[in-house]
Ligand binder design. Structure first.
Ligand code: BTN
Length: 247
């Protein structure tokens, strides 16, 4: 993929800007990067705190030509790319379904994919936020969030992380676009995630919460949960929380 960059010191949200550019006809590879976001978007309508130079905030315009049913796998490919970037930097990451990247059980990265129909066809805006320094998340989240700098124990900047991430993403998205890509990305994701099999979890769905043990990923990226009565539920969207043995 040929990346072209639109860089901002401050912007509302790189996803909003990339979406705007996609509607104006931007092709695959347009990458919006900001030093600060004033209205960073998280999953499920949440906000993503984005102070200046504390995190990597970027969004890439994609124009996938593979089957629509495989579009949810883009976030899995992105999570694998973030995992490999952090591993390359010396961390020991994990992936929590569908797309939170963790280090030592704390969230270090969030991924938000949004879709749009534009005059030039279907587009996916892939937004990635990585906590680079501990200023990137509010102190009250210190129990559940971490940063690359905290985990590596040395100063780290976004400019160290960004090129590695884009190289990894280019590779993994490229693989997803091949004939066997969709099946192989599920294996690649599963091999990196302690959440893919055998993890006791509670999943908050829109109207209820279910508990059970994770039992692999469906071909469309849904998480399979085995309940205590043996039934299997495939979860398409929800917040997964790990249950510790005492819970
Ligand atoms: C999540 O809730 O875990 C997803 C967070 C995604 C945040 C990134 S930061 C860059 C891009 N722009 C946004 O407004 N959101 C994403």
């Amino acid at each position: 993929m040929n990346f072209t960059f639109h860089r901002f010191d401050s912007i509302d949200s790189t996803n909003i800007e990339a979406l705007k550019q996609a509607r104006l006809g931007a092709g695959e590879g347009l990458c919006v990067v900001a030093r600060q976001q004033t209205a960073g978007r998280g999953r499920q309508g949440r906000t993503w705190t984005s102070p200046t130079d504390a995190g990597l905030y970027l969004s890439v315009v994609l124009r996938p030509t593979f089957e629509v049913k495989d579009v949810p796998l883009i976030t899995l490919a992105a999570a694998v790319a973030v995992f490999d970037t952090l591993a390359e930097l010396g961390a020991t990451p994990d992936i929590k379904w569908p797309n939170d990247v963790l280090i030592n059980d704390k969230k270090v990265c969030g991924i938000l994919a949004e879709t749009a129909e534009t005059d030039q066809g279907f587009a996916v805006i892939l937004g990635i936020g990585i906590n680079v320094t501990s200023d990137s998340y509010p102190p009250e989240l210190a129990g559940t969030a971490t940063s690359v700098e905290d985990e590596l124990g040395r100063p780290v900047t976004s400019s160290e992380v960004e090129p590695r991430l884009l190289t990894q993403f280019d590779e993994w998205y490229g693989r997803l676009c091949t004939e066997d890509g969709p099946t192989s990305i599920i294996d690649d994701w599963s091999n990196r995630s302690s959440y893919s099999h055998g993890k006791q979890v509670r999943v908050a769905l829109s109207s209820e919460a279910i508990t059970g043990t994770t039992d692999g990923i469906e071909p469309n990226g849904a998480l399979r949960i085995r309940r205590s009565n043996g039934s299997i539920i495939a979860v398409q969207a929800g917040d997964v929380e790990r249950l510790r043995p005492t819970e």
